[in-house]
Design a protein around this ligand. Structure first.
Ligand code: SF4
Ligand code: SF4
Length: 97
């Protein structure tokens, strides 16, 4: 079982990508509408839906440590809620971008 490094950074959940220590996977929880497209498209079975709801009342994706930063979910999300960043970039708040 891989260790999932999850950090809440304001409205984002940020994960260090397990197999790519130089990358992070970020979930903008407030943008998510709970459609689960990201869970369906991930070829690595890296996402599941949260038990908690976001501020809009929707469940949102949680990363389980299998993400390889392929970006397929990033491109599939209709609400631009998912993103991949370099690890050093998240030293500053993502909201500032
Ligand atoms: S595809 Fe986007 S809007 Fe849909 S559940 Fe995933 S993060 Fe949320
Ligand atoms: S970036 Fe790729 S591996 Fe990571 S959660 Fe998205 S689809 Fe899955």
């Amino acid at each position: 079982m891989e260790t999932v490094q999850r950090v809440t950074n304001g409205r984002f959940d940020v994960y260090v990508v397990g197999k790519r220590k130089d990358k992070v996977f970020a979930v903008d929880k407030g943008r998510c509408k709970g459609c689960q497209i990201c869970v369906t498209v991930c070829p690595y079975d890296a996402l599941y839906m949260s038990n908690e709801k976001n501020t809009r009342g929707y469940f949102y994706p949680v990363e389980n440590g299998k993400c390889v930063a392929c970006r397929q979910c990033v491109h599939a999300c209709p609400d631009f809620a998912l993103s991949i960043h370099k690890l050093e970039e998240v030293a500053q708040p993502l909201e500032a971008r």
